[in-house]
Design a binder for this molecule. Structure first.
Ligand SMILES: [Zn+2]
Length: 91
């Protein structure tokens, strides 16, 4: 009795995708099928690439706001300490 694995054939079919060039929706540049981003304007050509780009931008925004928020918090703390010292001196 032979046990032929059905999975291998399905995998082959999944890998044999039609390699059609991807036309950029933004600038119309025709990119190779395996390109995730446009060679000319670097716009995301595939959904995973677009999602990844969106995530990266969100992450960068988060990092930026953290960077911007941190010195401010440090300032506030310093101001409070300074104000307290001034109060001590004036009393
Ligand atoms: Zn483009």
């Amino acid at each position: 009795m032979e046990n032929e694995p059905d999975g291998s054939e399905a995998q082959d079919a999944a890998e044999a995708r039609p390699l059609a060039p991807i036309t950029c929706a933004r600038c119309g540049f025709i990119n190779p099928a395996d390109g995730a981003y446009c060679s000319r304007c670097s716009m995301a050509l595939t959904l995973p690439a677009a999602v990844e780009g969106e995530k990266t931008r969100e992450h960068t925004d988060q990092l930026m706001s953290e960077l911007l928020a941190d010195p401010e918090a440090e300032h506030e703390r310093a101001d409070q300490g300074y104000a307290r010292r001034c109060d001590d001196r004036s009393v």
